[in-house]
Design a protein around this ligand. Structure first.
Ligand code: PEP
Ligand code: MG
Length: 757
């Protein structure tokens, strides 16, 4: 073995010098060539080359070399998984081969003239955590490079990283912020993502916003002339179209009645918008041009606003203008294109999802990574298949792409062939046939312990399914949805109507648990102030927001108390309670509102059960005192886990830390269950953990006798419980609770009696 130790210090000094040169003089080729020459000299290598990654073509390009054929520069290209260079880049690891040609991954590039070089050493070049290329040295002799060379080359790559990135920018090579994927040609056959329920959807990709926006910005070259009459007809048609959509929504989603298109309707009547358009057309300007001109003006006006709610308006103007132009030109209408399509987006607001549902889309693929939990929850409530797949490929698919979503597996098939389609059609048919499952009125474990199954309701439309599936009440009604999908705070009367509908439909001796406003954090209301928080999840959210904005809170509590009048078993609970003081303050708001309603002579329910959600670790040490003050507890495990282990529930990067079986989480739940039992108050779990078969045995074994889940999970949850003995669940829970290490808890979890369904 060769024991030469390269001259590290000289190499570093020279490279520093080189970096200084590039900063002063931007001749990239000279810089890169100089760099390869220096490295080759110091490592006594016959060849040194730099390959840079091109984010457009997803190729690694030979950008500079000392020792290979100079004509090969910019000619030799490879995919990130091709050859040893590609392998080093895609794995991000150093690759040292004593005899490169013996490696099965070796690929010969004739243009480079690299045959005689046997020893091969390659290191990734990074900028920060991103890989931007690779640095390679080669030598004729077998086994030439040593561990010391490895270290020196790594140092050189680090040293060069910043300067090379500058070079890349000047050369306009776009980079990638994500793991590199081969995109072109012919896209991968499928992309894997995550979903939380089984389902299949097939359709054309929905034209991207950028392309739909082109309608507004592309001059009309059709040669057709339009009249003022045409414009007026288009206005009427657009109004009619929106009214129809609105009515459809009012029937299926009462909480959104007259809300979603409010801004559209207002603009359709606005003198400064459509009024101005008419004026200009009367002056003789072509209608298409006028609509485009005013739309562009308002879009840029709104999108430049520092206020989020005004920026949102830009999307409304855009949407309305597209509809108007499409109707004017009687061209292919956007909603026709949207119907039956699959939306691929980086990010969506809950209100976007409602609008898209109105447009009749079949599925949603979120390619931006951190989907907010409420987007997931809402798509589930609306029964729109959703896959979250943080893969840049998805955002580059052309508009002729057909997509097949298999949410059960989280797979997205890109332009699937007929065989794949047939397979899924057969599968869906079989599933639809077996889906009708009988649900029993009561849920008992195998050895006869009674467990109560309640429903989590987000939209009123879900109550029907909850009843069909025999939910024994509502364990969580998330009141924030009407707030999230509106352009402003709903009034007391509007809320009253929504809550009254809920209570009317759920009456019958069963509990209906209403949670007060849980906004802020990742459920931001664009219209609720423009203060930007550095850490919104630790910020002014949930009950803190409600107690700060008392008029908003009072309005809601009054609406709930009024709607609960004459109803039995309506319960109220506060989210994210962090201290006894806060809980008492919130309770006082309810008492004050009841008093005010009394004074005003308005019918309301004054004796209502008041409970709290347990989502913060800060309540654990005083849990027994809480149990004396609260009428019931509801454990929100989604947030409880997040705050207990300090890992964002929606952040894929820390998903490995977000663990329901973490000892702090399981022991915390046990503490809460014990406190509730001692104080004889009801305790339920209403986070996602409650519907996961693997976690159910622990929950019931730890003493939780009420689970609240999204209605569609009820049959499976019931089946899981019916398959377990309470005696076994207790032993299993004790065993899990005895573990102090996550790794040991994971082993116990793997033996969960709930998983073998
Ligand atoms: C929870 O945190 O578990 C919960 C049920 O509330 P949400 O998911 O609405 O935050
Ligand atoms: Mg929560």
């Amino acid at each position: 073995m060769n024991t030469r130790e390269p001259d590290h210090l000289n190499l570093l000094c020279d490279l520093t010098e080189l970096t200084a040169i590039i900063t002063a003089d931007a001749d990239i080729e000279t810089f890169l060539a100089g760099a390869t020459g220096l490295v080759a000299k110091h490592l006594k290598a016959h060849v040194c080359s730099i390959y840079l990654f091109d984010g457009n073509t997803h190729d690694l390009i030979l950008t500079a070399t000392r020792g290979l054929n100079p004509d090969a520069v910019n000619q030799v290209r490879m995919k990130p998984d091709e050859g040893l260079v590609g392998q080093c880049y895609s794995t991000g690891r150093i690759l040292r081969e004593g005899n490169a040609q013996a490696n099965p991954g070796f690929k010969y590039f004739a243009a480079a003239g690299e045959e005689p070089f046997n020893s091969f050493l390659c290191v990734p070049i990074r900028r920060g955590v991103e890989k931007v290329g690779v640095l390679v040295v080669q030598h004729r002799e077998i086994d030439h490079f040593t561990f010391f060379d490895e270290r020196a080359l790594k140092t050189a790559a680090t040293q060069l990283g910043g300067a090379i990135e500058n070079a890349r920018l000047i050369m306009a090579l776009p980079g990638e912020t994500h793991e590199q994927k081969e995109i072109d040609p012919g896209f991968p056959p499928f992309v894997r993502g995550k979903s939380d329920r089984a389902g299949v959807a097939f359709g054309m990709i929905r034209p991207s916003r950028k392309n739909r926006k082109a309608v507004i910005h592309t001059p009309d070259t059709s040669g057709k002339t339009y009249t003022l009459e045409d414009f007026k007809t288009a206005l009427e048609k657009t109004t009619k179209e929106l009214k129809e959509l609105q009515e459809k929504f009012a029937a299926s989603l009462p909480e959104s009645a007259s809300l979603i298109f409010t801004a559209h309707f207002m603009m359709l009547r606005d003198k400064k918008f459509t009024g101005k358009m008419e004026e200009k057309i009367r002056e003789g300007r072509p209608p298409v041009e006028v609509v485009q001109e005013l739309a562009t003006k308002y879009i840029s006006f709104f999108s430049e606003s520092p206020h989020a709610y005004l920026r949102e308006k830009a999307v409304d103007v855009e949407d309305l203008s597209i509809r108007l132009l499409s109707n004017l030109k009687a061209a292919r209408r956007t909603e026709t294109a949207a119907r039956g399509s699959i939306v691929v987006a980086e990010d969506l607001y809950p209100s976007d999802i409602l609008k898209l549902t109105a447009d009749g889309i079949r599925g949603i693929i979120l390619a931006g990574g951190g989907a907010t939990s409420h987007v997931t929850i809402l798509s589930r409530s609306l029964d729109i298949p959703l896959i979250i797949a943080d893969d840049p490929v998805l955002l580059q698919l052309p508009e002729t792409t057909r997509l097949l979503m298999d949410t059960g597996q989280g797979n997205i098939y890109i332009n699937p062939d007929q065989k794949t389609l047939d397979l899924f059609t057969a599968k869906t048919e079989a599933e639809t046939q077996t889906e009708i499952r009988t649900v029993l009125d009561k849920t008992l474990t195998r050895d006869g312990s009674r467990i109560r199954l309640l429903a989590n309701i987000n939209l009123l439309s879900e109550i029907r399914l909850a009843k069909e599936l025999k939910a024994e009440g509502v364990g969580l009604y998330r009141t924030e949805f009407p707030f999230l999908i509106r352009p402003s705070f709903p009034s007391e009367d509007e809320q009253y109507l929504i809550y009254k509908k809920l209570f009317d439909q759920t009456e019958g001796g069963q509990v209906t648990t209403v949670r007060t406003l849980d906004v802020g954090g990742e459920k931001a209301l664009s219209y609720a102030g423009s203060t930007k928080e550095a850490n919104p999840v630790l910020g002014l959210r949930s009950i803190r927001f409600a107690l700060k904005y008392r008029e908003v809170f009072d309005t809601q509590v009054r609406a709930i108390l009024r709607a609960a009048y004459g109803k039995k078993n309506v319960r109220l609970m506060f989210p994210l309670i962090s201290s006894i003081d806060e809980f008492l303050e919130a309770k006082k708001v309810v008492a004050d509102c009841a008093n005010a309603l009394q004074t005003e002579g308005i019918h309301h329910e004054s004796d209502i059960d008041i409970g709290m959600m347990i989502e913060l670790p800060s309540v654990l040490t005083t849990i027994n005192e809480f149990a004396k003050l609260a009428d019931f507890f509801a454990i929100g495990t989604n947030d409880f886990i997040q705050y207990m282990v300090g890992a964002d529930r929606a952040n894929k990067l820390v998903a490995d830390h977000y663990l329901a079986h973490h000892p702090a989480v399981t022991r915390g739940i046990k503490t809460i269950a014990d406190a509730a039992r001692k104080a004889r108050i009801d305790v339920s779990v209403c986070g996602e953990m409650a519907h996961d078969p693997i976690h159910i045995p622990f929950l019931i074994g730890a003493g939780i006798t009420t689970l609240s889940v999204d209605p569609k999970f009820i049959p499976d949850v019931q089946q899981t419980i019916m398959d377990i003995r309470m005696a076994d669940a207790r032993i299993y829970a004790d065993n899990l609770l005895a573990q102090s290490r996550i790794s040991d808890a994971a082993k116990v979890l793997a033996s969960s009696p709930g998983k073998k369904r």
